[in-house]
Design a protein around this ligand. Structure first.
Ligand SMILES: NC(=O)c1ccc[n+]([C@@H]2O[C@H](COP(=O)([O-])OP(=O)(O)OC[C@H]3O[C@@H](n4cnc5c(N)ncnc54)[C@H](OP(=O)(O)O)[C@@H]3O)[C@@H](O)[C@H]2O)c1
Length: 295
C-alpha cells in the first residue's frame, strides 16, 4: 500500500495514477470525496480529511509501505509559515506514529537555505523535521518552478494582453512539468531502494527565463508578441492582495521571486542527466493553450 497526499493536485494526482497503472495499491488523500472519485473509480482507496489532523493522517498512513507527502500552499492564510508548520508537524507526527519506513517528500530548489526565500523557507523547515525521523528513509525532491504556475496568469493575459510577475525578465530559472516530478516520485515509492535521507534536485529540461517562457506561451495562444512585464514589489503585492493573497503571503511571493531573480534560489550543482527531466516547456504549452481557449 502506498499513501499519496494531495491526490487531487498537480503532483499527487499524477503519482496516484502512475501507481495504479503499475498495479500498486493506493490510498489517495484529499479533502473531498467528490474530487477524489476518479481515483476511487480507478481502484484507489480514499482517505478524506485534512492534513493538519495528525490522527486522521496516522490512519491514512497506517500499513503503508511508503507515503508521498507535500505541504499544500494556502496563500490566503494570515501567517503562511505558521500554517505550514502546523501541517508539517502533523505529517511528521503521523509518519512516526504509523511507523512508515519510506517517505518521498516534495520540497523545492532553494530549500537548503533557512531564510530569504519566501514560501520556500517553510520547505527548509519541513526538510529539517523529516531529517529527524529515526526509522524512516526520506527522499527529498527539490524541483524547480512548475510549468503549471502559468495557469494562474492566463486570466491576466486574456484581460490585459500581458504576462506580469515580479521575477526579473532575463533570470534563468529551472522550470519543470509536474508530470516529470510524478514519474520520479512514483518510481521511488515503488522501488524503495534508498536508505537514510537523500536529496534529489529536479531541474526540468533546461533553465528558462520569464521572457523566453512568455514568448513560447504567446506563440501557443496566438499572441506571438505577448510581452512580459516585470512588476515592482509594491505593485506585485497589491495585485496579489486583489487576487486573495494575505499581506504575509504576498510579501513572501515577492521575496521568493527576488531570490529566483538574483540567483539566491538556484540549483546547488551543475545540470546533469540525473537532475534533468524530459518534458520541454514547448511540450507543455498545448495544455495552457487549451485552458486559455476555455476562458
Ligand atoms: N508551484 C511551484 O512552482 C512549486 C515549486 C517547487 C515546490 N512546490 C511545492 O509543491 C507544493 C504543491 O504541490 P502540488 O502542486 O502537487 O499540489 P497542489 O496541486 O497545490 O494541490 C495539492 C492538493 O492538496 C489538497 N489539499 C490542500 N490543502 C489540503 C489540506 N489542508 N488537507 C488535505 N488536502 C489538502 C488539495 O486537494 P483538495 O482541495 O481536493 O483537498 C490539492 O488538490 C507546494 O506547496 C510547494 O511546497 C511548488
Amino acid at each position: 500500500m502506498i499513501t499519496v497526499l494531495g491526490a487531487t493536485g498537480n503532483t499527487g494526482g499524477k503519482i496516484a495514477e502512475l501507481l495504479l497503472a503499475a498495479g500498486e495499491s493506493v490510498r489517495a488523500v484529499g479533502r473531498s470525496a467528490e474530487r477524489l472519485e476518479p481515483l476511487r473509480a480507478a481502484g484507489a482507496e480514499l482517505a478524506v480529511g485534512d492534513v493538519g489532523d495528525a490522527e486522521f493522517l496516522t490512519e491514512a498512513f497506517r500499513g503503508a509501505d511508503a507515503v508521498y507527502t507535500l505541504l499544500h500552499t494556502a496563500p490566503d492564510v494570515e501567517d503562511f509559515h505558521a500554517e505550514q508548520d502546523r501541517k508539517g508537524e502533523a505529517i511528521v507526527e503521523a509518519i512516526r506514529r504509523a511507523g512508515v519506513r519510506h517517505v518521498v517528500s516534495l520540497s523545492s530548489v532553494g530549500a537548503e537555505r533557512p531564510s530569504g526565500t519566501g514560501f520556500i523557507t517553510s520547505l527548509h523547515t519541513q526538510e529539517r523535521r523529516l531529517r529527524e525521523l529515526e526509522n524512516t528513509s526520506v527522499l527529498l525532491l527539490r524541483p524547480g518552478a512548475f510549468f503549471e504556475n502559468f495557469h494562474a496568469v492566463l486570466g491576466l493575459i486574456k484581460e490585459a494582453g500581458v504576462n506580469a510577475d515580479s521575477v526579473a525578465p532575463e533570470a534563468k530559472i529551472p522550470m519543470i512539468a509536474a508530470r516529470d516530478i510524478a514519474e520520479v516520485a512514483a518510481d521511488a515509492l515503488r522501488k524503495r531502494d534508498w536508505t537514510g535521507v537523500v536529496v534529489r534536485e529536479l531541474l526540468g529540461e533546461r533553465d528558462l527565463s520569464y521572457l523566453e517562457a512568455t514568448r513560447i506561451l504567446g506563440e501557443a495562444i496566438g499572441l506571438p508578441q505577448l510581452p512580459y512585464v516585470p512588476m515592482p514589489a509594491s505593485e506585485m503585492v497589491g495585485t496579489l492582495r486583489q487576487a486573495g493573497f494575505s499581506a504575509n503571503s504576498a510579501r513572501l511571493h515577492v521575496e521568493m521571486t527576488a531570490a529566483f531573480s538574483d540567483g539566491t534560489v538556484a540549483a546547488t550543482g551543475e545540470r546533469t542527466a540525473a537532475n534533468s527531466t524530459p518534458t520541454r516547456f514547448e511540450d507543455f504549452v498545448p495544455e495552457l493553450a487549451r485552458a486559455y481557449r476555455q476562458l
